[in-house]
Design a protein around this ligand. Sequence first.
Ligand code: TXA
Ligand code: MG
Length: 343
Amino acid sequence: QWIVDKDVNEENDYPQIIQAAEMLKENEVVAFPTETVYGLGANAKSTEAVNKIFSAKGRPSDNPLIVHIGATEQLENLVAHISEKAKKLINQFWPGPLTIIFEKKEGVFSDKVTAGLNSVGIRLPDHPVAMALIKEANLPIAAPSANRSGRPSPTTAKHVLDDLDGSIAGIVDGGSTGVGVESTVIDCTADVPMILRPGGISKEEIEAVIGPVDMDATLVTGEGAPKSPGMKYTHYAPNAPLFLVDGNPEYLQSIVKEKQSEGLKVGVLATEETNGFYEADMVIPCGRRDDLKTVAHDLYDVLRAFNEEKLDLILSEAFPRNGIGVAVMNRLEKAAGHRWIGK
Ligand code: TXA
Ligand code: MG
């Protein structure tokens, strides 16, 4: 494990970044911070390296990986075509939490990266450590979130260690990540681009730049087959079953009382505004309701924290589906298996 500063200080951090980059060049897997969540990186050109990602994570091989670049100039060599709309998105949002799906150029990546598709997802992360590491390795870096498959994505180096200690070559520790949920994935291979995964950049922000886009409807309803392979898997679930509650805190508290009277131990995912109101076996605030970015930032850490006690069920407040709230609700719906109380 290499500890580096978020504001990559040449003297103290650079030897560690060089060491991590060397491991990537030797086809080892290394975890590193991005502005969204920690990624588990490997040389995207090497099947040997990419296989190590799938085995460390226990990830199904039909789920393609995102390729990370360290500078926009790297893009041209990797994809077959960049549409006008994609160019606008790149200008506006890179570096940043937006993954763009392009037609892939043949023979550039290991086929394992794209899981046999003829498209590839690429992003330029807005994090000094990620950028320095990728530039130093001078390779396209395939990187999924650095969690065991099915677990909440890691937002600290400790989360990565909890899941992957012993099965990866190293971690670059750059402190806790900023956004807290993964990048938005948008497919720009069609005329009207389609959001395949809501994330750090909202639909509203995208539409302000390129006009109307579609959003894969299965992401909201949970019904039908999602268009992105990764969205069909159960994800983010704590050990105890999670339920979303449609109602105010008084209503949620009445469910807590009811379940406790049945002898069950109940956890509550609250917010800073409502935290003091609940009486349950475990109450954890997840950001502030008046700023959904803080909810996104805390979400995965809170979902992991519920595993520290043996609970029978967890009740979660619901959030407005606007801005980054769409991504927050998408992850909570997945964690809850779309189970609601009071709806
Ligand atoms: O914020 C992020 O995007 C993080 C950090 C580490 O960059 N990475 C991440 O990767 O979340 P991962 O592998 O956990 O999720 C990638 C998602 C999956 O849902 C996958 O199915 C989808 O992107 N995806 C990747 N390539 C695709 C493609 N060619 N077509 C459709 N979906 C694709
Ligand atoms: Mg993931």
